[in-house]
Design a protein. Structure first.
Length: 223
């Protein structure tokens, strides 16, 4: 085996094991709630009268993100109605992921309201480091976006219910709103390849956050 072949093999092994031991719950919300049958989230329309739902867009980037994590050795939990995984009320899904000891809980949405920025929401009082890492990757990989925002949610308000029952020491839960589906300038992001790229960018942000967490833990243990 030549040097280039050995190098490629080492790179492949490193990629496949990069996130070994990492557990992530990827939850496409709005869907799978008996209390809200038929809920697809927001419905976005284009100038020609075509439309797409929030749930469809979120599902595409969530599936791409799940594949991205799996190819790097992570354990991934995604919505599965047959096995009762991440279905039902949000608090049920949050508690499932907590019982599995997930390091990250990603609630997948798409925003509405005509903005052009990416947003990641988290519970006030928790660290926003994963949110910041995700937004940095979206900014570098989705040129149509103009700005980004982290949003701290107070317990009990409307959005907080999506993630407020997830509790694992050292873990992080966020609501992903990577773009606005009803912004005309962002309609190119409806395309499957762009949604897949968004999923990969979010994955890289989460991975960098987790790696920084591990480095900090190693440094603390060595003192």
């Amino acid at each position: 085996m030549g040097w280039e072949s050995r190098s490629r093999q080492r790179d492949a092994v490193m990629i496949a094991s990069r996130l070994a031991g990492f557990r992530v719950a990827i939850d496409v919300q709005h869907l799978y709630r008996a209390s809200h049958p038929g809920d697809q989230g927001s419905v976005y329309r284009d100038a020609a009268g075509g439309h797409v739902t929030e749930a469809h867009l979120a599902t595409v980037y969530a599936l791409a993100m799940a594949d991205w994590f799996r190819t790097r050795g992570a354990t991934v939990y995604t919505n599965d109605t047959r096995r009762g995984v991440l279905v039902g009320d949000y608090w049920t899904r949050n508690r499932q992921a907590s019982e599995w000891g997930c390091n990250a809980y990603l609630a997948c949405h798409v925003n509405a309201g005509g903005g052009r920025y990416a947003a990641v929401e988290y519970i006030a009082g928790d660290s926003d480091r994963m949110a910041v890492a995700i937004l940095a990757q979206l900014a570098g990989n989705v040129p149509e976006l103009v700005g980004s925002r982290t949003v701290a949610l107070t317990l009990g308000i409307r959005g907080a219910v999506c993630i407020e029952s997830f509790h694992v020491p050292g873990a992080s839960a966020v609501i992903l709103e990577p773009f606005f589906g009803d912004c005309a300038q962002l309609r190119p992001l409806w395309a499957a390849p762009r949604l897949q790229a968004i999923g990969a960018a979010i994955g890289e942000g989460v991975a960098r956050w987790w790696e920084s967490q591990r480095m900090a833990a190693i440094a603390a243990a060595s003192r």
